[in-house]
Design a binder for this molecule. Structure first.
Ligand code: HEC
Ligand code: HEC
Length: 344
């Protein structure tokens, strides 16, 4: 009897030791475990390439209609099908050699780059720039006239219809590519200081110059009809001065969440908010095409984003400050004077 109890006690003690040991081991593993950042980055890039495969998903996919495929070509090789390189001069609506997808990455499916997935849910919507309810066609033409430095596509044209069919198709068939649903870009925390152009240049030389070039002119493919390998950021073939990307706050948010290309994403950015802000000011400090009639933008001037670099404004801040910040004082002014809560 006694020996059985002794044996039991001994086993219990052993069990306790084993349990404590296991728990200790788990705790130590948890404390010392660190994600290897390099491994994480490699996996991320592979994921991106594997997921977004236009050849497989669109071009050779037999369930895709001709119209959707045409829409894909229009947005991803805009310069060739509706820009300066279009064979038919009547189709040259875009004025520069960019493509829509230079800014709306991965065929407009990538979160954090103003993805078009589920875009129709947001239209029609109120637009301050026109001070009225705008349709998806109006919004696309906003980018045609500014980002693409061109002219509006007729609403009933085959081009417009194909682009919208494409947007509907990716929303229905590829929603999982849009890992997080943002409207436009995830916001950055606005620095309290003005853009520092020499800091911006330092960041540009370190992080951007390799692809976008010393003069911001980008790099063309050798083959003439293939457009840009790396698109231009300023100069005559870039977006014009009425474009969203010409506003420092908007450009900074795009850059933070998407650049340097394939190294940054919304959930794994490379630059800080401040770095993105200074470099956004730097690329927008150079000459670019001028949009005509900008004075008509934002009929209700109070609704103009604070970083719209062209007047008139309903405040007394300088044009320099509207272009390069600091923006928090302007944002405060609109909040106090008009009760308007502005973010950009
Ligand atoms: C130079 C960069 C650039 C190019 C090129 C460009 N866009 Fe845009 N686009 C933007 C910016 C910036 C926004 C506003 C993002 C935001 O909400 O802050 C935008 C917004 C949009 C929106 C509304 C997105 C939303 O979530 O409400 C649509 C639709 C759109 N663009 C379509 C197009 C199409 C189609 C083309 C080609 C004809 C094009 N864009 C070319 C920069 C660009
Ligand atoms: C590895 C090459 C590479 C680097 C480095 C890089 N970019 Fe880009 N950038 C690209 C490519 C490629 C695109 C177009 C993406 C597409 O078409 O899918 C692009 C697009 C852009 C665009 C929108 C299109 C346009 O022409 O206006 C901006 C703005 C931009 N980059 C800014 C920057 C800034 C600022 C940096 C540095 C912080 C940077 N990029 C670093 C390759 C690069």
């Amino acid at each position: 009897m006694k020996t059985i109890i002794e044996q039991l006690v001994r086993r219990l003690i052993l069990l306790c030791f084993a349990l404590t040991g296991t728990i200790l081991l788990i705790v130590i593993t948890l404390i010392t475990y660190q994600e290897n950042p390099e491994v994480k980055e490699v996996i991320k890039q592979e994921d991106l390439l594997m997921e977004w495969n236009p050849e497989k998903l669109i071009l050779t996919n037999s369930s895709v209609t001709e119209e959707v495929r045409k829409g894909y070509y229009l947005v991803s090789e805009s310069f060739k099908y509706m820009g300066p390189l279009a064979k038919n001069p009547e189709l040259r609506y875009a004025g520069n050699n960019l493509s829509c997808t230079n800014c709306h990455l991965n065929g407009g499916t990538l979160s954090g780059s103003a993805s078009w997935i589920n875009i129709m849910d947001r239209f029609p919507q109120f637009r301050g720039r026109e001070n009225r309810i705008g349709t998806i066609e109006d919004r696309i033409n906003g980018c045609m006239e500014r980002s693409m430095n061109g002219s509006a596509l007729p609403n009933d044209s085959d081009l417009m219809k194909a682009i919208i069919s494409y947007m509907n198709w990716i929303s229905k068939e590829l929603p999982s590519l849009n890992s997080e649903n943002f409207k436009g870009y995830p916001a950055i925390k606005l620095p309290k200081v003005a853009v520092n152009l020499s800091l911006g240049k330092e960041i540009y030389d370190r992080e951007c110059i390799l692809c976008h070039g010393k003069n911001g002119a980008g790099i063309l493919y050798d083959q003439q009809d293939k457009g840009y390998l790396y698109p231009p950021l300023w100069g005559n073939d870039s977006f014009n001065d009425g474009a969203g990307m010409h506003r420092v706050i908007t450009a900074a948010a795009f850059i933070k969440n998407n650049m340097p290309y394939l190294q940054a994403s919304w959930d794994n950015p490379k630059l800080t908010d401040e770095e993105s802000y200074h470099v956004a000011g730097y690329i927008n400090s150079f000459q670019r095409p001028e949009k005509q009639n900008k004075i008509e933008d934002f009929p209700d001037k109070k609704l103009k984003p604070v970083s719209t670099p062209y007047g008139p404004w309903t405040d007394n801040f300088s044009s320099e400050q509207h272009k390069y910040g600091p923006f928090p004082p302007i944002i405060d002014y609109y909040q106090k004077t008009f009760g308007l809560k502005k973010t950009k």
